[in-house]
Structure formats: structure tokens, C-alpha cells
Design a protein around this ligand. Structure first.
Ligand code: AMP
Length: 216
């Protein structure tokens, strides 16, 4: 399966991608996670990306395309992948199309997670990630369950992403509207776009996602 999950920040792309990779046995490829790893490692890319991410802006297209080329060439992506947070601009979508031609593969679908803007803000305010395993939770709607241990057997070490504060969230939503929303039309014109209602519980959204993937 080769899939793109499209949607505003906070729409649930990461959470759904994490659940889908378990069900379908193909890796989630989150460019946000790849950038956060570079930030944590303190690489030159990470240092430059942190400034851009903290401002709620987008990292340059050529850098993102380089990261994706390297990621999709890894063996675990040979049987498929779930792209989460990429592409975010038309230039990235064009670049991805070229890379897929080079790899001799094609996307099965692009799924838009459609969500009420009010819910987006609430989701991002309550979002927490585990510092060790990277799983994403929500303080109200999806907290770690009793007995749900992190990879090392201990409790999850939860933190709030620095770009989930209210001011940066507003900036990220504005950038989404300007730079990423045009991809809806882009993929619709190619006949690849499927939409699902991403309001509701995790299980409800999961079920809609699986149903839409059955429509070949
Ligand atoms: P995310 O975890 O997908 O919300 O991404 C967090 C931040 O990483 C974004 O606000 C951007 O600054 C940066 N980022 C992630 N993916 C991309 C991308 N495809 N293009 C440009 N910047 C990105």
C-alpha cells in the first residue's frame, strides 16, 4: 500500500498513520518526525529546521525532497508506505511524482482527513508525544491506558511539542491554507483524492479510512 494522508495540522494524520502501519505492515513516513529526529540529534539540518518549525513555517522543498528520496529508498519502504505530512506544497507533490516514477511505483490513494477547525485547536492543545517511542496521545481523548507500557517497559515520557502553542498553531494553520490546501484540488484533478470525515473517535475515523481504501 502506498498512501498519502492529507489534512490540516491536528487532523489526526500521525495517529491514524501509526495505527495503519500496524494493520498493514508498511511504515509510517512522517516528515515532521524525521525533522524532529534531526533536531534532537543536533545535525546542521536539525539546527536549521528547528528555527523554521518553531516559527510554524515550512522547511524548503529541496531539503524535504532530499529527505523523502533517502527515506523511500530504505528497504522497509519497498513494499509500501504511509506518507504523513508530505507533500505539503505543489512543488513537493511534483517532486514526489518524479521520485515514484524513478522507483517504478505509484500511489494507491491520497486520503484527505476533513475536520472541523474548532476541533483542530482542541486536538493540538491536548496533544502529547512520548519522548522515547514517539507515540502520540491526547490528554482527554487518547491518554496512555493503564498497563500500556513504553518500548523499554516503563511509563511513556510525555511532552508537548514546542510548535503546539497557540500562536504557532495559528501560523501553521495559515501556512496550511496557503501552501498545502491547493493539493486537494491537485490530487482531485488526477482522480486520486478520497475524503473522509475526520471528526469523531479514533475507531470511527479508522473505520472510515479502511472503508474508503476498499473503493478501488
Ligand atoms: P508535522 O509533525 O507534520 O506537524 O510537522 C511539524 C513541522 O515540521 C511543520 O510545521 C514544518 O515546519 C515541518 N515540516 C514537516 N513536514 C514538512 C514538509 N513536508 N515540508 C516542509 N516542512 C515540513
Amino acid at each position: 500500500m502506498r498512501l498519502v494522508l492529507l489534512g490540516a495540522p491536528g487532523a489526526g494524520k500521525g495517529t491514524q498513520a501509526q495505527r495503519m502501519q500496524v494493520r498493514h505492515g508498511v511504515p509510517q513516513v512522517s516528515t515532521g518526525d524525521l525533522l524532529r529526529e534531526a533536531v534532537a540529534a543536533g545535525t546542521p539540518l536539525g539546527r536549521a529546521a528547528k528555527v523554521v518549525m518553531d516559527a510554524g513555517q515550512l522547511v524548503a522543498d529541496d531539503i524535504m525532497l532530499g529527505i523523502i528520496r533517502e527515506r523511500l529508498a530504505r528497504p522497509d519502504a519497498a513494499r509500501g508506505f504511509i506518507l504523513d505530512g508530505f507533500p505539503r506544497t505543489i512543488a513537493q507533490a511534483d517532486g514526489l511524482a518524479g521520485q515514484l516514477v524513478d522507483l517504478g511505483v505509484s500511489l494507491d490513494a491520497v486520503v484527505l482527513l476533513d475536520i472541523d477547525p474548532e476541533i483542530l485547536l482542541r486536538r493540538m492543545a491536548g496533544r502529547r508525544s512520548c519522548r522515547r517511542c514517539g507515540r502520540v496521545f491526547h490528554v482527554e481523548t487518547n491518554p496512555p491506558r493503564p498497563g500500556d507500557r513504553c518500548t523499554d517497559g516503563g511509563a511513556h515520557d510525555l511532552f508537548q511539542r514546542p510548535d503546539d502553542n497557540e500562536e504557532t498553531v495559528r501560523q501553521r494553520l495559515a501556512v496550511y491554507a496557503l501552501r498545502t490546501q491547493p493539493l486537494i484540488e491537485y490530487y482531485a484533478k488526477k482522480g486520486m483524492l478520497r475524503r473522509i470525515d475526520a471528526n469523531g473517535t479514533l475507531d470511527e475515523v479508522d473505520a472510515r479510512l479502511e472503508a474508503v481504501l476498499q473503493q478501488r
